[in-house]
Ligand binder design. Structure first.
Ligand code: COA
Length: 261
């Protein structure tokens, strides 16, 4: 499938970059963009075997300014339900892919755009970025995981303030409350995302992938079950060639060469 609204670039070190490419509408997500994201994450990404993936927005103003309001306005009831259901599937897919995903937030991350960033593992924001959930201004509320993923990060009070007022916060406030992990000068946002991606790409890939499962799945369990999951997964790492290489490299005082085996 050729892509109309996303760009995919495979870079050295097994790092991929996905760019949402609708800059004229601040990269608003329409059905077709969601379909392309699903196609990429479900069918192409597993073949690419990436060590890390960056998601960003085209142009200089926006990561993603939310769902496409014009398209939503023209939807019938049933179609809207299917659209929401589809978006949920895509975001759950992004959250669960083995490669760690980094959101490079290069401007507005609103509504579905903020929810997309929250489906990624790590968020780096430009100091010009603005984040928020303006949906209540449109007579709806954030329904692509927003009320749930944000609550798990910010807690009930801050989430309600953001969701009920629909007001945007700037990157520094987003950092202060834990919605993004880093704020960098505008022109450095991709450079910082790449730096993190490269660092991850040089770690033991099995360890990174299993840690992602332990953290994501464990956060949905009670502590006893989560600790059991952690024990099981870390024991799987111990059976890998990478574990032998990583520990031997330390003892030999050299950098490890991991094979992902
Ligand atoms: N859906 C569809 N089109 C959108 C969009 C969206 N979510 N966000 C921006 N656009 C379009 C605008 O309609 C405009 O198109 P036009 O040039 O044909 O008029 C273009 O992108 C530029 O946006 P504009 O509003 O002119 O830029 P601005 O700098 O004045 O404001 C925002 C920027 C982000 C504050 C404003 O565009 C906005 O509030 N967007 C909607 C955000 C939103 O509600 N998201 C949640 C949707 S569920």
């Amino acid at each position: 499938m050729g892509y109309e609204f996303i760009l995919y670039d495979r870079q050295p070190d097994d790092i991929g970059v996905i760019t949402i490419n609708r800059p004229k509408v601040l990269n608003a997500l329409n059905w077709q963009t969601l379909r392309e994201l699903r196609e990429f994450f479900e069918y192409l990404l597993p073949k690419e075997n990436l060590k890390s993936l960056i998601i960003t927005g085209a142009g200089d103003r926006a990561f993603v300014a939310g769902a496409d309001i014009l398209e939503m306005y023209n939807m019938k009831d049933r179609e809207f339900q299917e659209y929401v259901d589809f978006a949920h599937k895509v975001y759950e897919l992004i959250e669960s892919v083995p490669s760690p995903c980094i959101a490079a937030i290069n401007g507005y991350a609103l509504g579905g755009g903020c929810e997309l960033a929250l489906s990624c593992d790590i968020r780096v924001a430009s100091e010009k970025a603005k984040l928020g959930f303006p949906e209540v201004k449109l007579g709806i509320f954030p329904g692509w995981g927003g009320t749930q993923r944000v609550t798990r990060i910010l807690g009930l009070g801050r989430t309600k303030e953001l969701v009920f007022t629909g007001e945007m916060i700037d990157a520094n406030e987003a950092f202060r409350v834990g919605l993004v992990e880093k704020v960098v000068p505008h022109e450095s946002v991709m450079e910082e995302a790449r730096r993190i991606a490269h660092t991850i790409a040089n770690r033991g890939p099995i360890g990174v992938r299993l840690a992602k499962i332990a953290i994501n799945a464990g956060s949905e369990m009670d502590l006893k079950k989560a600790l059991l999951l952690e024990k099981t997964l870390v024991s799987l790492c111990f059976d890998s060639e990478d574990r032998i290489e990583g520990m031997k490299a330390f003892l030999d005082k050299r950098e490890p060469t991991f094979k992902g085996k």
